[in-house]
Ligand binder design. Sequence first.
Ligand SMILES: Nc1ncnc2c1ncn2[C@@H]1O[C@H](COP(=O)(O)OP(=O)(O)OP(=O)(O)O)[C@@H](O)[C@H]1O
Length: 457
Amino acid sequence: MTQEKWGQLKIGLLKTVGQNNYTTWIEPLEFEHLQDGVAVFSVPTNFMGNYVSQNFADVILYELNTAGANVQRVTFRVSANSTANPSPRPVPEASKAAARATEPTASPRDALQAAPLDSRFTFDAFVVGKPNELAHAAARRVSEGGPVTFNPLVLYGGVGLGKTHLMHAIAWELRKRKPELNVLYLSAEQFMYRFVQALRERKMMDFKVLFRSVDVLMVDDVQFIAGKDSTQEEFFHTFNALVDQNKQIIISADRAPGEIKELEDRVKSRLQCGLVVDLHPTDYELRLGILQAKVQQYRDAYPGLEISNGVLEFLAQRISTNVRVLEGALTRLFAFASLVGREIDMELTQDCLADVLRASERKITVEEIQRKVSDYYNIRLSDIIGPKRLRSYARPRQVAMYLAKQLTSRSLPEIGRRFGGRDHTTVMHGVKRIEELKVIDGQIAEDVEILRRALEA
Ligand SMILES: Nc1ncnc2c1ncn2[C@@H]1O[C@H](COP(=O)(O)OP(=O)(O)OP(=O)(O)O)[C@@H](O)[C@H]1O
């Protein structure tokens, strides 16, 4: 048996198995060698090897023997230079949008490489803080590929909080640690496209076989299938089949499964069976950590451009919880500064990000701050606003002024007006005083922190 001979034989199989099966399953087979009556073929993926072995081994064996080769058995294995289960490689522009736009295809080979993984979404690049530590720990655990302990793992949370990032990170890690596993990552939207396409092309068997043969199934943004009855139904069966086989399932959603409207109860309850963890809105520290990590990356792209901690702190304070917006702001800042050849200071930041800052303006009002602060220090609201200069009122008043400056977009004179018509220099003095005290007085620093958290919650 030679490669050439196999090439001719292969064509003979076209008639036996039909064009579709031929293109999908037979065409990609490569003959490796024949030894001791065993013909070895290389295949691009494990899944394909299993499928061909179960469905076409007989016809291949028959064809080989008819052509005069003395073969008792055929085997299929993933070749070393196969593209299946590739190790992480950069997909520079791979974005979620691009992944979602991937053409649906019914070919199981393509399907296994469905959505490209973003090379930037690794565990190394994921900044961990209080709001996401549980989700991160669960993702890490699943990425070890050990025995399945919770199934499914459901990660949920608001827009841009890192769900997709964590899912890609799991997929990268699994590919590294367990390259033999078939890890299939796709959005719920892609799941639906594939399902519809399979229905249209009457290839439901292929579809079922494909989805039931993965070792780890990851479906992003599952809320997408809510209200889409037949897709939900198929998802439900796929889900059950995989859980029965003890295969890991990882799901993301924009809210808790129980709160996804028009998601069938049986699907909801399946999702709730495993470990459901949420990614909380980012807090100030996490935002600052993420910004600092991103700045490291920008240093290479924009050598010589520096950004002060003050600007980073300002961004972490003022930009909403959505990390995508935060990243976008930083990118714009670096690009803008390098274009106009200016250093990144507060003025440039305000100019360049005026719209972002306006859009993510906090809804926190000065009045709210005054109320929270007076409750916290156990004094009356009128004492914060009123003229009394007693220290027990003056300090909380300064804290409130400081928070008003940090958490609202009010100018100093506007803040002054809301504090019983005080002058803007008084507000400025108060803000400065708290800034100084925060450094030397742990109690004040803690008070400010607790209040800020309470106001941002
Ligand atoms: N903790 C984090 N550390 C580093 N980067 C993060 C973190 N959280 C989110 N990001 C970044 O924020 C961006 C948005 O994250 P991602 O796409 O994972 O959000 P999502 O929760 O899936 O949002 P959506 O609801 O839109 O699907 C990505 O570029 C991601 O790398």
